[in-house]
Write a protein that binds this ligand. Structure first.
Ligand code: NOJ
Length: 860
């Protein structure tokens, strides 16, 4: 089998093997044992698009008291809900490099979900990982590096789940571009295939998911496209092998919306929940599971053991996060979701998606979930937006600005330029934020929310200076030439680049960007302002809002461009956070979560979106460059970036010294042998029940298009034998890399502790991000069986492995300590199917302020 073909991996490892989840599985078994066949199926299958108040709703198991579950987007806030917070996007959060803020944002998001009655949040996103700089959805996740993604994902999950709300790590895996992500959206007969080799899969794309499993994530969403020519949601190697065996995942796998492309295949490949319940098409009421899964269980084409495991995983997750203590939904109680995704009316239909006129009720209670006082979530949102702003250029300390400006012999004159500074037609002008107008604070798609408000930069700037001393003028348009520039002392110019999820196309952007340039005439606007501000004597400050990197070669070195702030996607507090950084109330402490190249081509041939396909069957996208993602590619081919990954200026300066390491463990090539599972998973009677038990109950009133777990007739329920896939009946050998959450527990044990002294050598308090990169030994020999096998293993020059954000007063020094684990120092050996730590040769461990500013190095 070639490296990028799918390897069959059956059967699905049963959940319930870990100590942490044991109690929940015991409770779940007790409940599932009492469920009828249709009840079990109901728990695994969505009720259909718009057949409940949330974007996803599972069916209940009423007789045993298991409720319908509400699944709601998304990664930066609660989609389609009122009185919520529009937090900064994932990419902005990644740019803070601040673990505490990542967790605080997750906590606030989880709290809002809890108050709204959401069981499962559809976030955080950590795929797309950001392989392609023009990818439409990179902004939902945290940046183009597996470690940065992994840390941010884990912190977010901890934060969300502390509220008892389940988080979803998505999208598993390889959904790096929007073009052809699905068949029905892009006019191809199938979705594309992301082809990923085994090593890249482990070291890059799956890394943040392993961190998510370690963070105890309840759910994982499989993605739309194929991986190695098998759909991700029916890819047994990925779901059974990697997630459930190797990473020891105890929760449940849900499909992305209509990403499930088969009934039986997806079930036995390890899918546990079908979302939103409809089958091949939106809202057609014809499911892949539902009654079809009931039939499949009866005829044994899906073994009862598999169905029992699916349900048990879902119910165990519900107990694990103590959702059994939540108030019951109607008719028993007042719990459940208290908002509707489909209307803003207080009273409305409970099943919006059905053509039949069914029950109505109070569907919007407008619960305020935003927190208040010191716990107001706007405070977290503002802090992240400020710390997620990256200062790229600052000639002669142009920034921070002063609130007490005075002009020579009169008022100080400030001009604000660009549509991106202003309110436009309001932040919610287009559905799912699917157009670029006004100031850009979010990308578009299911990962966007309805803004409760959006403080534009223009609004915030108007409140800063006294009118007696400063003459502030706004020209909130991108038309160069119509504005007054000649007399200004200071020009603030706002520009942007937008994009988003594949179901929306706007302004000539088909979700993925066409290039990395500013949009809406932005490049010309900056050039014009920078050249003519103060007749060539003024100072221009550029503010960029963008979903990803922007090529700025034509203007970055213009003498008029004195400062550049990269504000990413700041969310509702945009203007306030900008003021915080612009005036130095908050240090400029954001660092780039990706490289800003000098051209799109600089990122490499494998980092390009496939915009057109000649392939009549399955568009092929090779992610073979994955190991050399972003800065690793620039480093390898000696390409000078404009601004490198991890870069960002501060208003103060820092000095690094006295690096040292303490060895905590002896180097050994392989992690110790995988231990036996701690517990036996729940066992059930695995004989299918009588086929009659699957039939619609008598006199059952059917709502059209609603997905039920019942069958009309017992046709097709005669038991097999069915030809299960190869290997189904012989249990797979457990992976040596498994054995605990996220993999073999020893992978996460520290091998060394690094220590470095950092001093604030400037005159202002500030924050810095101490970054640790690792270079692997050059010539690696792997011990196998009786002999040594010398093979050439290639490594990226340097890979990020740890970081810490610190805060220092002027003159203050601190000692920063960080550890590196076995996994941090290992590569994935395709040959031994395990993580291998090179024991010969020396690692070099670099410490510094960006991927290219690494003044200190120490050997290990
Ligand atoms: C499709 C998106 O890919 C996914 O991220 C989202 O959670 C679902 N739609 C539900 O809206």
């Amino acid at each position: 089998i070639s490296e990028t073909e799918t390897i069959p991996w059956y059967p699905t490892p049963l959940g319930g093997t870990s100590a942490e989840w044991k109690e929940s599985y015991v409770k779940a078994q007790e409940l599932v044992r009492r469920m009828s066949l249709p009840e079990k199926v109901n728990v695994t299958t969505g009720t259909g698009w718009q057949m409940g108040l949330c974007v996803g709703n599972t069916g209940p198991a009423e007789l045993v008291g298991f409720p319908s579950l509400c699944l709601q987007d998304g990664p930066l806030g609660l989609r389609y809900a009122h009185n919520i917070t529009a937090f900064p996007a994932g990419i902005t959060t990644g740019a803070t490099w601040n673990r505490e803020l990542m967790r605080a944002r997750g906590f606030a998001l989880g709290r809002e979900a809890r108050l709204k009655g959401v069981n499962i949040i559809l976030g955080p996103a950590m795929g797309p990982l950001g392989m392609m700089p023009a990818g439409g959805r990179n902004w939902e996740a945290f940046g183009s590096d597996p470690v940065l993604q992994g840390v941010a994902a884990a912190e977010t999950i901890h934060g969300i789940q502390r509220n008892g709300v389940m988080a979803t790590a998505k999208h598993f895996i390889g959904n790096e571009q929007e073009h052809f992500r699905q068949a029905f959206e892009w006019g191809t007969p199938t979705a594309l295939s992301s082809n990923i080799d085994d090593r890249t899969l482990h070291e890059v794309f799956a890394w943040p998911f392993a961190e998510s499993v370690r963070a105890d994530v309840a759910s994982i969403m499989c993605s739309y496209q194929m991986v190695n020519n098998t759909y991700a949601c029916e890819n047994s190697k990925l779901l059974n092998g990697i997630l459930k065996d190797e990473m020891g995942f105890q929760g449940f796998v849900q499909s992305d919306w209509l990403a499930q492309r088969s009934g039986v295949d997806s079930a036995i490949a390890g899918l546990d929940m079908s979302m939103p319940g409809d089958g091949l098409h939106w809202a057609d009421g014809i499911p892949m599971w539902g009654g079809e899964l009931t039939r499949a269980a009866l005829n044994t084409s899906v073994p009862m053991e598999r169905l029992n495991d699916m349900v048990t995983r879902i119910v165990a997750a519900w107990y694990h996060f103590r959702q059994d203590s939540w108030e019951r939904p109607p008719p028993d109680g007042e719990g459940g979701p208290n908002f509707s995704s489909w209307t803003q009316e207080r009273i409305g239909r409970l099943h919006e998606g059905s053509p039949d006129n069914d029950a109505t009720g109070v569907i919007n209670r407008f619960v305020n979930a935003q927190g208040s006082g010191a716990d107001a979530h706007s405070l977290v949102a503002r802090q992240i937006a400020a710390e997620g702003t990256v200062l790229l250029k600052n000639v002669n300390d142009t920034l921070p600005l002063s609130r007490k400006m005075t002009g020579a012999g009169g008022k100080y004159r400030v001009g604000v330029y660009g549509e991106d500074a202003g309110p436009g037609q309001g932040p919610n002008a287009c559905a799912d934020r699917g157009c670029n107008q006004g100031t850009l604070a979010s990308g578009w798609g299911s990962g966007a929310v309805e803004f409760p408000y959006l403080v534009s930069p223009w609004e915030a700037l108007q409140a800063v200076w006294s009118k007696d001393t400063v003459d502030l003028q706004g020209y909130l348009t991108n038309n160069v030439g119509s504005q007054d520039l000649a007399d200004q002392d200071l020009c603030l110019v706002f520009v942007n680049a937008d994009g988003g999820e594949g179901f929306i196309r706007s302004d000539g952007i088909d979700a993925d960007r066409n290039d990395l340039f500013l949009q809406k005439n932005g490049t010309e606007l900056v050039e014009g302002v920078a050249k003519h501000c103060g007749s060539g004597q003024g100072q221009t400050v550029v503010v960029v809002h963008s979903i990803g990197p922007v090529v700025m070669e034509s203007w970055i070195d213009l003498p008029g461009v004195h400062a550049v702030l990269y504000a990413n996607l700041p969310g509702q507090e945009s203007g306030n956070a900008l003021i915080d950084v612009l005036f130095g109330d908050v240090d400029a402490s954001g660092r780039l979560p990706y490289t800003i190249g000098r051209s799109l081509e600089d990122y490499g041939p494998g980092a390009q979106v496939l915009y057109e396909t000649q392939d009549p069957v399955v568009p092929q996208v090779n992610l073979s460059q994955g190991l050399y993602i972003d800065y690793r590619y620039f480093d390898r081919y000696n390409i000078t970036p404009r601004f490198e990954f991890g870069f960002g200026l501060s208003y103060t300066t820092f000095h690094y010294t006295a690096v040292s390491i303490e060895k905590l463990q002896k180097k050994t090539q392989h992690p110790p042998k995988r231990l036996k599972d701690e517990f036996e998973p729940p066992a059930y009677d695995s004989r299918p029940p009588h086929p009659f038990s699957g039939l619609f109950p008598q006199d059952f009133r059917v709502l059209r298009k609603y997905i039920y777990p019942y069958i009309d007739t017992t046709d097709g329920t005669d038991p097999g034998p069915y030809p299960y896939p190869d290997g189904y009946n012989k249990r797979q050998k457990p992976s040596p890399a498994g054995g605990g959450p996220g993999g073999n527990p020893s992978l996460y044990e520290p091998m060394l502790e690094l220590s470095v002294e950092v001093t604030n050598t400037g005159t202002r308090p500030g924050q810095d991000v101490v970054q640790v990169y690792v270079s692997f030994p050059e010539d690696v020999a792997e011990h196998r069986g009786l002999g040594w096998l010398r093979e050439t293993i290639e490594f990226p020059d340097r890979v990020l492995r740890n970081f810490e954000k610190i805060r220092l007063k002027p003159g203050e020094m601190t000692t920063v300590k960080m550890t590196l684990t076995r996994k941090d120092l290992s590569y994935w050996s395709v040959r031994s199917q395990n993580w291998v730590l090179p024991t010969e040769g020396k690692f070099r461990i670099w410490v510094g302020r960006s991927s290219r500013d690494l003044p200190l190095v120490v050997e290990f």
